[in-house]
Design a protein around this ligand. Sequence first.
Ligand SMILES: [Zn+2]
Length: 122
Amino acid sequence: MHERFPQVEQLVLDIAFTDLGRMGTYSPQMHSFSASAKAFFAVACPRTLCLHGGFDLDSAVSAMLSAGATTSTDKLECRGWVDPTCPDHARCRLQMYFRVQARYNAAEANVLSRRSSRTSKL
Ligand SMILES: [Zn+2]
């Protein structure tokens, strides 16, 4: 993560699942990423029967970090397939609500605030 987002010290991801088909309930999850972690933000679909499912948070996370935001919430839907023997529920469509929180590097933040105070004097 440090190579892609050097200004970020830590990312915390809180997620909750909603199953519109009420086929099951899934526990909320919490993931945290340190600067040394891989910048690969994806969550596996918790439904055991789901094929090729999962949630890709990469675009949401990089959009948030490039905007310098500290919190972002959104919803994603699983595009995987469930057991082909039950055609009524062909698509997984499990919904995931997530909240990403970022903690930025203090040194980098000082550089930014110094830069902006210099700009405001001009
Ligand atoms: Zn799924």
